[in-house]
Design a protein around this ligand. Structure first.
Ligand code: SF4
Length: 286
């Protein structure tokens, strides 16, 4: 049982389900060929063989494509432009196979997010800081906090009651835009208005999966939140993972927190970086 968990951790589950999907596709092609063979034979004696060869060629091309996608993900090397196929074809296929095998949806989604992250890391180059967006869910904010940071992150008082203050400081250190969205609609609006070249997104399995799909072709590194108090309340995130994702896009070394950086985060200079929040606020009111 432990070994099975080990084998299916990370992106492995998604790859296994996708592989089963590809096998299933082969069986469907074989079935189609078998069903149409008598008709084809009536038309021309050699037609079943010709069509059979065409089916085999198509299927081998699919298997080769799938193999390249898996290799790209494991090696984190850009062997093939695979994100579209993964997001648009393999994920729905893996979801259907997972449902048939009664695998919890969130496990499949989490594995898909890992797969997506590997493909993004394999294919995306340097992104300027001002074109990188850190997108956060509002449930990261302390439930007790009276300050409305979703409409304006500068309202945060840096009291240390939740990780929002740390994330604000982190974005300030790297010169990255940050936005806190109350839902998918607002998140989509933020993306349309800021037109980022890449996104680091924190959310639950369901929201991250739909966010990655909706944002395509913008590359997204997804980081799952932690939910010690249940969903949508006082959630947490591993700050080291967020910093690693930002550093990846900026091709920067992690920057240590300094007094000046922390002070800068609280200064009026930050206003420029948080222009996205002002955009959202003004549009939310309209
Ligand atoms: S750190 Fe900011 S957002 Fe979090 S509880 Fe304190 S004031 Fe509120």
């Amino acid at each position: 049982m432990k070994m099975e968990k080990e084998i299916l951790k990370g992106k492995n589950l998604f790859i296994l389900l996708s592989f089963l999907g590809v096998v299933f596709l082969g069986i469907v092609l074989l079935g189609c060929w078998y069903l149409i063979t008598p008709r084809l034979g009536q038309l021309q004696i050699q037609l079943p063989v010709v069509v059979g060869m065409a089916f085999i060629t198509i299927y081998l091309a699919i298997v080769a494509l799938f193999s390249l996608i898996v290799l790209s993900a494991y090696l984190e090397k850009d062997l093939i432009s695979a994100k579209k196929i993964t997001v648009r074809i393999l994920f729905p296929l893996a979801t259907v196979i997972g449902k048939l095998l009664r695998i919890p949806q969130d496990r499949i989604r989490a594995s898909f997010i890992e797969m997506n992250n590997s493909l993004v890391r394999s294919s995306v180059g340097l992104i300027p800081g001002d074109r990188l967006l850190l997108l956060l869910p509002h449930c990261l904010q302390s439930f007790q906090c009276p300050h409305r940071v979703t409409s304006e992150v500068r309202n945060c008082r840096h009291c240390g009651g939740c990780e929002i203050a740390d994330l604000i400081d982190m974005c300030s250190r790297y010169g990255v835009k940050m936005s806190i969205a109350t839902g998918g609609t607002l998140a989509r609006r933020v993306i349309v208005e800021t037109r980022p070249k890449a996104i680091v997104a924190v959310a639950c399995e369901r929201d991250l999966t739909s966010g990655i799909q909706d944002s395509y072709p913008i590359p997204v590194i997804g980081i799952l939140n932690e939910r010690p108090f249940g969903p949508c309340r006082d959630t947490k995130v591993d700050l080291a993972l967020v910093e690693a994702a930002i550093s990846f896009f900026l091709k920067a070394q992690p920057k240590p927190v300094t007094q000046s950086a922390a002070g800068e985060a609280r200064s009026g200079e930050r206003e420029k970086q948080w222009e996205i929040s002002q955009h959202v606020k003004s549009h939310s009111g309209s």
